[in-house]
Design a protein around this ligand. Structure first.
Ligand code: AMP
Length: 578
């Protein structure tokens, strides 16, 4: 796809996208036909009784809707070395690990060349639309990207997070060049085994090439915030490395040291300049454009569970725009952000009709606020204003797979829907008739955190759980906060009541009033607690690049629960409904 391409021509890509999205229904039929023809010999499809039929009606009549659980045994057989066509016509040779935020452990998923092609197509599409609005000059990108530990499955297949499989693919680097997105850090830094060292070196590379940096990015926004929070702590050390041309002793991995030493030359002039810029900033506001004078934008996924980091990102970015990236998962890609000018809060994703076959389960709420499923609709049958769960048939062996994401159709780009990410379907706080999603939690935290802002403090990260252990207690919400300082007890008590008041769902409010739900509990955790959660996911084989803080911790997520609960420093109960 991109291998023979020197530079991507944005207008040509946009033209192709326009043509394809004008004919979304036909393209969907063709895409399904191709997927079923390519994989018709796979055991899973042979067993469904399609008998060579490839039309959407036969497909949906014969093949059941599934979740990961139903496919687990097939994927495990592949991972264990069964080389027969199990899910795909051509054997799968690589396994992806999802971030596993919601379940507490990573899921295994198939990865193949076709999925890599769709990844590049998504990159190319959103790049074209971005370039039209925000053209890049000649230069490089400061990409905070990290590889997971790459392992082998029992059957000898390569395994790593989906992003790692993409970064390691030979086509990735070519594509980055074709998309003017070449990473300023050497491979040794991206693939370094110690993420703290890699993060330090990414920052150092960014400073070495500071004049050339055209944009700053990461897969998910969390990594960008983490990087600049770290910068606040290590900036003087970075300056001294540049001044002396000597690499900090904190970088110990030999291959990373060797690669960095090739780039590092004593440059006192640049070190002085960076030093001056840093001391001249007020509370690090506008750090990014100060460090990188030619930066055009900051880019990464900023929607969904990344929205809480927007405030901090805006602070670091100053007057540089934040551009939200595309929508996909380890299972497959879904849509590209083709309106990059919209602020991240309003970002939408236009579904690419040729990267998979898509269905949408209409979600309607019953009187108990529980989602009821209806018959899935095709890509072009969905209605503006409605919410759906996404069902994906991928190019990598997933058929009618329920992704577990709730999206809202907010309009159409030609005949393909534009989706807004709403939430993970299973991430919600609920005790009886109350229902609060990840988004509701985020809004409540934002409201209450305003009281901290008055003290010039902020919530570094947060999570939550539902406590309904004891039969005598009615059950209540528990919110965990890590704060970058020490507010007074009065302020925290106020924050706690404000959190409680900010859940405005009628089920919650009425239950609180009649004491069917107990007072909300705010637990303040020690500094570094959320870093421990990140470290735990990295140990499981996750990667910083795909990390999402679990916003609601279920009882199955034992280790995260233990990390949170064992680091509680203070506890408050709301008096909002006393
Ligand atoms: P993973 O497979 O670990 O990369 O996680 C994929 C999940 O991340 C998706 O199913 C979504 O829940 C979430 N996600 C991916 N892209 C976006 C996006 N642009 N906005 C919001 N959430 C996203």
């Amino acid at each position: 796809m991109l291998e023979s391409m020197e530079m991507v021509d944005p207008s040509k890509v946009i033209e192709e996208f326009e043509a394809m999205t004008k004919d979304a229904e036909r393209i969907q039929r063709e895409t399904l036909k191709k997927i079923l023809e390519d994989n018709g010999s796979a055991e899973y499809l042979r067993d469904q009784g399609l008998d060579g039929r490839t039309d959407p009606d036969s497909f949906t009549a014969c093949v059941p809707l599934v979740t990961h659980k139903e496919l687990e045994s097939y994927i495990h057989r592949i991972a264990d070395g069964d080389s027969a066509p199990v899910l795909t016509g051509r054997p799968i040779t690589t396994i992806s690990l999802s971030s596993g935020t919601s379940q507490g452990k990573p899921k295994l998923l198939p990865f193949n060349d076709e999925l890599m092609d769709t990844t590049l197509q998504i990159y190319k599409t959103s790049f074209a639309f971005r370039s039209r609005e925000f053209p890049l000059g000649k230069g490089m990108a400061l990409q905070f990207i990290y590889s997971s530990k790459q392992g082998k499955t029992k059957g000898g297949l390569v395994s790593g997070t989906a992003t790692t499989n993409v970064f390691r693919n030979a086509l990735y680097k070519q594509a980055m060049r074709a998309l003017q997105s070449q990473c300023c850090s050497p491979d040794e830094v991206i693939f370094g085994t110690d993420f703290q060292q890699s993060l330090y070196c990414h920052l150092l590379c960014g400073l070495i090439f500071r004049e050339e940096i055209q944009f700053v990015c990461s897969t998910f926004a969390h990594s960008i915030v983490l990087a600049f929070r770290t910068f606040e702590e290590v900036w003087q050390e970075l300056c001294s490395d540049i001044r002396e041309g000597v690499l900090s002793s904190r970088v110990t991995t030999p291959s990373v040291r060797a690669a960095m030493l090739k780039l590092l030359k004593p440059d006192p002039e640049s070190a002085d300049l960076i030093y001056e810029k840093c001391v001249g900033l007020s509370n690090w506001y506008g750090l990014i454009p100060q460090l990188f004078p030619n930066v055009k934008y900051v880019y990464g996924i900023m929607t969904g569970s990344m929205e809480p980091y927007l405030k901090k990102m805006r602070h670091y970015a100053g007057d540089i725009p934040l551009l939200s990236a595309d929508y996909g998962s380890s299972e497959g890609w879904i849509g590209a952000n083709v309106n990059p000018k919209l602020p991240p809060e309003l970002a939408t994703f236009a579904v690419l009709p040729n990267i998979g076959y898509f269905e949408f389960i209409p979600l309607t709420e019953n009187p108990n606020h529980i989602y009821m499923d209806a018959k899935p609709l095709s890509l072009t049958q969905v209605k503006e204003g409605e919410e759906y769960e996404v069902v994906l048939t991928s190019v990598a062996g997933l058929y009618r797979y329920r992704l577990g994401d709730v999206v809202k159709v907010v309009g159409f780009h030609n005949s393909t829907p534009k989706l807004k990410f709403v939430c993970r379907r299973n991430l919600l706080l609920s005790i009886n008739i109350d229902k609060n999603t990840e988004k509701d939690l985020q809004v409540a935290v934002e409201e209450a955190a305003k009281l901290l802002a008055e003290e010039k403090l902020e919530v570094v990260d947060f999570s939550s759980l539902v406590e309904k252990d004891s039969s005598s207690e009615p059950g209540h919400y528990v919110i965990f906060w890590e704060i970058n300082g020490e507010p007074s007890e009065e302020v925290l008590a106020e924050c706690c009541s404000q959190l409680d008041k900010s859940f405005v769902d009628l089920g919650y409010v009425s239950s609180r009033k009649v004491k069917a739900i107990g007072p909300l509990e705010l637990r303040i955790v020690r500094r570094g607690t959320f870093q421990k959660i990140l470290d735990h996911y990295l140990e499981l084989g996750g990667a910083v690049s795909q990390f999402k803080t679990p916003r609601c911790v279920g009882p199955m997520n034992k280790v995260v629960l233990e990390i949170l609960c064992s680091n509680v420093a203070q506890t408050y109960f709301s008096t909002a409904y006393d």
